[in-house]
Design a protein around this ligand. Sequence first.
Ligand SMILES: [Zn+2]
Length: 127
Amino acid sequence: MNQDSLKNLQIGMAEVSRFLLPFFIFWLLGAIGLGWLVNSLLILFGLLLIAPVLAFIGFRWWLKRNLVQAECPVCSFEFISLNKTEFRCPSCSEPLKAENGRFNRIAPLGTIDVSAVEISPRQIEES
Ligand SMILES: [Zn+2]
């Protein structure tokens, strides 16, 4: 065996041991009565796996609480938006804000919002 192949063998061994090291540590910890440490590490690992799932469920729960489905007050187009956010109606692009489960128009500051009242022809004749 010449010098080069011995060196290659050593490098190969180093890579194999690096790959096997975590298993070896687990086995060693279990062997010297630190099984609880292995278990807690496994639990920690499990929690790391579960955390994204919990985050996803939490996010869905949050969405359910914060989503508002209502009609646009201008064009009566029904759609879904996040509560307490400002957005534009996808149908008539009116600036709206979701509040208390319904959509309100965002009137520019200083604008007096006047709601149209239907007046029957008879009322006009009387006045
Ligand atoms: Zn609209």
